[in-house]
Design a protein around this ligand. Structure first.
Ligand SMILES: Nc1ncnc2c1ncn2[C@@H]1O[C@H](COP(=O)(O)OP(=O)(O)O)[C@@H](O)[C@H]1O
Ligand SMILES: [Mg+2]
Length: 253
């Protein structure tokens, strides 16, 4: 059974694409066959996170019978299949998104859809094309209230909410604490990803951080989310794991 999961947040810039790209690689590292689809037509950048260039197959070619959707997919060295938004951009609606997924149902273990910000048609299309919704937010009030809006939309559309990934955690006093976040968004937190330069470096190098620095704290946090999404308890890393993280984080390269 293929699980189709959309990643939504309400607010932009909180790390949806970063979390989606890394979650797709983490799931793949855990043995799952994963396709990531860029469902953010107005601000597409999944392909950039993977260093994938322009694709010359469009969904129109597919609809006209000139190509198979599978021809539009690039396989990233980290094992993830990537469907860039350029393929779908003229058909940014739920039907085209669903169409792009159909050929993969039963073939992939997971299809992740990186949604746009807000709660408009584009986001609705991503949620409608999926069965489950993963929420992403910064630990700040404006992001959390927008995230609650996105969660309500998912519920209106009768989709299961998997949980919330709090991204960009700095441990500052201004951040809303864990319990209050769960009360506000009425969802369990299934991961807390620190704000860390390795994440930005990974983006610059077109290599998601779980691949670029697998032992970085940010990578551990995302791998733990992947375990929880799969319904598996994340590994206990103990002192050795923490030391490895520390060494990786202190390394200048
Ligand atoms: N955990 C993190 N640590 C450091 N920087 C991050 C992290 N997550 C995201 N960023 C930064 O925030 C930017 C916006 O993230 P992005 O994933 O594009 O957000 P969204 O898809 O929600 O608009 C990234 O380009 C990166 O620079
Ligand atoms: Mg994005």
């Amino acid at each position: 059974m293929t699980r189709v999961i959309s990643v939504v947040s309400g607010k932009g810039g909180v790390g949806k694409t970063t979390v989606s790209a890394n979650l797709s690689v983490a799931l793949s590292q855990q043995g799952e066959d994963v396709l990531i689809i860029d469902g953010n037509f107005s601000g597409a950048n999944v392909a950039q996170h993977f260093g994938i260039g322009f694709q010359d197959v469009s969904l129109n070619n597919v609809l006209n019978g000139e190509a198979y959707i599978t021809q539009a997919v690039s396989k990233h060295p980290a094992g993830v299949s990537v469907l860039p938004a350029s393929i779908l951009e003229f058909n940014a609606n739920a039907e085209s998104l669903k169409h792009s997924i159909v050929d993969f149902l039963g073939q992939k273990d997971y299809v992740l859809i990186d949604a746009a910000a807000g709660t408009d048609d584009e986001v609705q299309a991503a949620i409608e094309a999926s069965d489950e919704v993963l929420l992403v937010s910064h630990p700040e009030l404006p992001a959390l209230t927008n995230c609650l809006g996105a969660k309500k939309l998912a519920e209106q559309l009768d989709r299961e909410v998997l949980g919330l990934v709090v991204n960009g955690v700095r441990g500052e006093k201004s951040e809303v604490d864990r319990e209050d976040i769960e009360d506000l968004v009425e969802t369990d937190i299934i991961g807390a990803v620190p704000d860390h330069k390795h994440v930005r470096e990974g983006i610059a190098l077109r290599k998601p951080v779980v691949d670029y620095k697998p032992d970085s704290r940010a990578s551990h946090a995302i791998k733990d989310v992947a375990h929880r999404v799969r319904g598996v308890e994340p590994p206990k890393r103990g002192i050795k794991g923490k030391l490895r993280s520390r060494i990786e984080e202190l390394s200048p390269f």
